[in-house]
Ligand binder design. Structure first.
Ligand SMILES: [Zn+2]
Length: 378
C-alpha cells in the first residue's frame, strides 16, 4: 500500500548520471485476461524512443527489459501498477495501485511521481458504520477498496414481548437495549480509529438508528462525520463501497474548490499565497511553499539551476541569480511538485471546475505560503 513516506522515498531518489524509468500501467480485468497491458507498455516505450538521444535510448532499453521480465513473472493483482527502475543504481519499486491510472512511461534522472501523488490526495481513509437497532457492521474504505471489520451484534428484546411487565416497561427496556447497543458501536468505532486511523466517518442504516448513534459519538468521531445515508444492515459490500466513493468524490471536489478560492482570496488580500507560474516557481526556490496547488493537466518546459535551485519557465544560458548554467527540464511543473514534497510541503492536484479557474486566473499554478512575503515584520 502506498503511503506519504513511500512517496518521500521516491521523490528524494536521484539517479544522477543514470536514468530512471517510471511506468504507470492499467491492469483492469479486461486487460488482465488478454494480458494486453504488456503490449500497451511496449507501445509506450516505442513512442518514447524517438525522443531520446543514444545513451538515453540504451538506458530505456535496459530498464524496459527489466520491467518486461517483471510483467512476465508477476501475475497482476491490482487495477493499476507503478514501476520505477534504475538498474545501475540498484533502484527498483513496484507499487500496486487499487485504482486505474492514466498510462504513461517516463525516463529521467528522478522517478516521475505526479500520478502517484494524485492518487494519494484523491483518496482519504473512510470508516463506515452500518447500523440498525441490534446489529452493526464496520468498514474501512481506502483507495477504492473496502474492508469489513468486526460485527457488533447485540440481542435487543422486542418491543412487544408479552409477560408480567407493562407495555411502558417493555418500551423502556427495549430503548435501553438499543441505547447500549449503539453505545457499544460508538466504542467499537473509537477502537477502530485507534487501530486504523481514518480521516472521515460515514453512518449508514435506518434513520432512527443513525441519528441516535450520531448523538452518542464522542467528539473525536463526530468531528470526522461527513455523511449519513439510509441502507439495510445486510447491504452488500459493493453497495456500501459505491455510496462511500460517491460521497468521497463530492467531498474532494468541494475541498478543491475551497482551496482554489482560498488561494485567490488570500493572495488578493496580500496574505501568504501566490499564483502564476513565475511567482510560484520563485516561492519554491525561496523554500516558502506550504501547499502547492496544480491544475491536473499542466505541463511546461523549463529549467532548474544546479547551483542555487532556481526554477524557471525558460532556459537562460546563465542563471540570473548565481550565474551557473541551468539544466533544461521537459516539465518544470513535475520538478516543482518534487521540490515541494522534498521541502516537506504538500501538493494538491485539482481537477474539473477548480482546475479551470486556476488555469484561467493563475496560469494553472499557485501556492499557499508558509508566511506572507510582503507583510512587514512584527
Ligand atoms: Zn542559480
Amino acid at each position: 500500500m502506498i503511503t506519504p513516506s513511500h512517496v518521500q522515498e521516491l521523490v528524494t531518489f536521484d539517479g544522477g548520471e543514470e536514468l530512471v524509468l517510471s511506468a504507470y500501467l492499467n491492469l483492469t480485468p479486461d486487460r488482465q485476461i488478454r494480458r494486453t497491458y504488456r503490449a500497451a507498455f511496449a507501445d509506450l516505450v516505442k513512442q518514447l524512443e524517438p525522443q531520446l538521444d543514444e545513451p538515453a535510448r540504451a538506458a530505456l532499453e535496459r530498464e524496459a527489459a527489466r520491467v518486461r521480465a517483471y510483467l512476465e513473472s508477476e501475475p497482476p493483482h491490482s487495477k493499476g501498477l507503478a514501476l520505477f527502475s534504475c538498474t545501475p543504481r540498484g533502484f527498483w519499486q513496484a507499487i500496486a495501485l487499487p485504482v486505474v491510472v492514466a498510462e504513461s512511461v517516463h525516463l529521467g534522472r528522478r522517478p516521475y511521481v505526479r500520478p502517484l501523488l494524485d492518487v494519494l490526495d484523491e483518496y482519504e481513509r473512510y470508516a463506515v458504520a452500518l447500523v440498525d437497532k441490534e446489529k452493526a457492521r464496520l468498514f474501512t474504505v481506502y483507495l477504492g477498496e473496502i474492508e469489513e471489520h468486526d460485527q457488533v451484534y447485540d440481542v435487543v428484546p422486542g418491543k412487544h414481548d408479552q409477560g408480567g411487565w407493562s407495555q411502558a416497561n417493555y418500551q423502556r427496556h427495549h430503548e435501553a437495549h438499543v441505547y447500549w447497543h449503539l453505545k457499544r458501536v460508538a466504542a467499537e468505532l473509537s477502537v477502530l480509529l485507534r487501530r486504523r486511523p481514518f480521516d472521515r466517518l460515514v453512518l449508514a442504516g435506518p434513520e432512527e438508528a443513525t441519528s441516535e448513534l450520531q448523538r452518542l459519538l464522542p467528539r473525536s468521531l463526530r468531528r470526522r462525520l461527513v455523511a449519513t445515508f439510509p441502507a439495510e444492515v445486510f447491504a452488500s459490500q459493493r453497495e456500501i463501497l459505491e455510496r462511500t466513493l460517491e460521497i468521497e468524490r463530492g467531498i474532494e471536489r468541494e475541498a478543491e474548490e475551497r482551496l482554489v478560492r482560498e488561494l485567490f482570496e488570500t493572495a488578493a488580500a496580500g496574505g501568504p499565497a501566490t499564483h502564476g507560474v513565475a511567482a510560484t516557481l520563485e516561492a519554491i526556490w525561496l523554500g516558502c511553499v506550504h501547499k502547492l496547488v496544480v491544475a491536473d493537466e499542466l505541463r511546461l518546459p523549463g529549467s532548474e539551476c544546479p547551483e542555487c535551485g532556481r526554477l524557471a519557465q525558460d532556459c537562460p544560458p546563465t542563471c540570473p541569480a548565481c550565474g551557473a548554467r541551468p539544466v533544461p527540464l521537459a516539465d518544470v511543473v513535475e520538478r516543482a511538485i518534487e521540490r515541494t514534497v522534498e521541502e516537506a510541503g504538500t501538493v494538491e492536484i485539482v481537477h474539473g471546475v477548480p482546475a479551470s479557474r486556476l488555469n484561467a486566473e493563475g496560469e494553472g499554478l499557485g501556492a499557499l505560503l508558509r508566511f506572507s512575503r510582503s507583510a512587514p515584520d512584527v
